[in-house]
Structures are given as C-alpha cells and as structure tokens.
Design a binder for this molecule. Sequence first.
Ligand code: ATP
Ligand code: MG
Ligand code: MG
Length: 372
Amino acid sequence: GATLGMLGGGQLGRMFTTAAQTMGYKVIVLDPDKNSPAGIIADQHICAAYTDESALAELAQLCSAITTEFENIPASTLAFLEQRTVVHPSSTALASTQNRNVEKNFIRAQGIATVPFVKINCSDDIDNLGSQISFPAILKVATFGYDGKGQIVCEDLSAVYAAFDAMGQKECVLEQRIDLEREISVVLARGQDGQITPFPVAENVHINGILHSTTVPSIAAESLQQTAIEMASKIAEGLAYVGTMAVEFFVSKQGDIIANEIAPRPHNSGHYTLDACRTSQFEQQVRMLCGLPAGNAELISPVVMINLLGDVWGNSQPHWNKLLTQPDIKLHLYGKKEARAGRKMGHFNVLAAETSQAMELASQTFEAIKAD
Ligand code: ATP
Ligand code: MG
Ligand code: MG
C-alpha cells in the first residue's frame, strides 16, 4: 500500500497511525521528540523540527499524502510540503485556526456567533475597551494555548492589565465569560469532493479547562444539535477543509449556540467513536486523506468517554484491573512514559444500552481507579 505522512507525534497522531496501519498503509511520523507516542509505533520516524526543510523534503518524497494532528505546525511548513506532495488540511485552512483572533473573525465571517471578544495587542487596547466586554472576562493568549493553558479569568479592568503583563504582553484575546448551560462539539469528516459526514453530536464536561468526559447521545435538544452540525459544516466549507475536524460550541443559559473554537484535526471529544461508531474519527481521517469515501459514522451504542490525566497516576500505578475486568469498558493508553498533572495519558470508553447506565458506570469506575 501507499505511505502516509503525519506531522506531529502525539496521541492523535498515534491513533491515526494505528488506523492507517490496520488499513494497510505505511506511516511516517515527523516529530522532534524521539519518544513521541506516534513516532514509536510508526513504520518510520523522522526526528526533526517542523521547520527543517531537508527533513520535510525527505518526508514529501517518501509519502503520497501528508496530514497533521497538531494545529500549531507552522502554516509555512504545510505550504512547503504542498509544493511537493498531497497535503490535507491545506496550509490556508490551518492558518485560519492558529490564532484565536483570526479564528473568531473567520467564524463570524461565516455568519456564526462567537463570544463577544476584543483583540488585545498592547495596553492601549485595554484603555479603549469601553463597554465592549462585561465582566467577568477571560484573557487568552492568541496562539499556542491548549487544555486551558494561557488563560486568566479577569473580574475587572485592572485584572486585565495584570493578566496581560502576566502573559508577557503577547497578543491576546479578551473574551466575555459566558454562563454555560452545556458544551457540545461536532466532529466531522469532509472529503476532497466536498461531501460532509458528521459524527453524532458530543456532549462535553470540562474540568479546569481540560476535557473530562464526553457523552453521546447528547441530551441537548434535537434542533440545537442540528444547528450545531449545520454550523460546523459551514465552517468546514469555508475552510475548504479536507480531513477530520471538530468545532467546539457553548450553549448559553439563554439557549444561544456559540462557536468556541475549531480543531483542524481529530478531537479529544471524538475519541468515543473508536468504540461506539461504525467508523472512528481516525479511520475517517485516513479515508479523507486518501480520497476514499467516508465510512459509516453511525452510533452503535450509547457511550461515555473519560480522559485519564497524569493526576490519576498519583504515587503508584492506577488500578487498571478495575477497567480491564469490565466487559463494557475499553481502555486506550497513549504510551507516554512520564505522567504529569494535567497531561493526557489515555482515555476509556464505557458502552451501555442506556446513556444513564454508561454515565453511572463511568463515574463509579473513574473514582475506583484513582491510585491510592
Ligand atoms: P482545547 O484543549 O480545547 O484546545 P483551549 O486551551 O483552547 O482548550 P478553550 O477551549 O478556549 O481552551 O477553553 C477551555 C474551556 O474553558 C472551555 O471548554 C470552557 O469550558 C471554558 N471556557 C473558555 N472560554 C470560555 C468563555 N468565554 N466562557 C465560558 N467558559 C469558557
Ligand atoms: Mg483550543
Ligand atoms: Mg477548547
């Protein structure tokens, strides 16, 4: 079979690699870390910086198509590869999602609501805020933030000045903090022919800005779920996106649906598809990259996904036996050597005939596996 390239060696790249290898492809991972989760299982691992042109040229020469698992690959890296081989998503699609201000302006240009926000580039921008944002607000660094890192809640204007200093006066976005009714996300696949195949809407719970659990089906109203799918599809079309991507949404207490951010890659809230859908988000990523038709995205079973962060490890090994002896629980570990607080080490999916049963077993099990 053909050889596929993956920029980035994290867990998303690892699950792509597994899916591609299962389907008969070879995978070459490019990542600067020699112990990266994807690099250690790939057919070949090119250990180099994302800006290393000789390494990129080698990757392009060896691969019939290249994709990414990480939105912070420099867009110039994808542009370089696009001159030499097939690359999806495109450098321009990626560029629209790398900076929170650019991303929110792009979302609004599609006619989709975002939270009220103001770009903060210098302290003058804070002087001139006026009444554009009401408090509490959140100052977020514009680039490279993930898992809630690079975010400071601000209760008043003076806190915004302090937070901007704490961010090293790097470009930020100041967002109004919304009273959330719920958070949902749409993971979808879009093909080279423009055909869109959405997965069922995921309902997400975040703790300290990090995804904790995903439940499917969502209990959000059916019409709201339909709207979210339409909005995510519009964004995918606006990006001329090819591959698997996700859009995170807030649902406000007033019932408004607001786009939070775009992930130009498979998404943590789509990990439930590994066990609960006929096709996983990673198989879909392979299919889109290779110009194959999308797989059937239908839900097979209600499911709850729980993230396993480094915190769970404590001083000893977590009680994996409590997961592995459960017939309806599927454990996925990412092969990371070092457990750190807040670091995503793995996840598990709980399947049950009813969503409420899956939720109950998931929370019981999560409590039980925490290390002593
Ligand atoms: P990810 O790992 O999803 O990329 P991130 O660091 O980009 O995370 P966000 O998605 O911006 O962070 O925020 C993380 C979480 O913090 C959100 O899912 C939500 O729970 C909360 N949050 C962020 N912004 C707001 C807001 N404006 N109003 C209310 N809650 C918010
Ligand atoms: Mg993000
Ligand atoms: Mg997010």
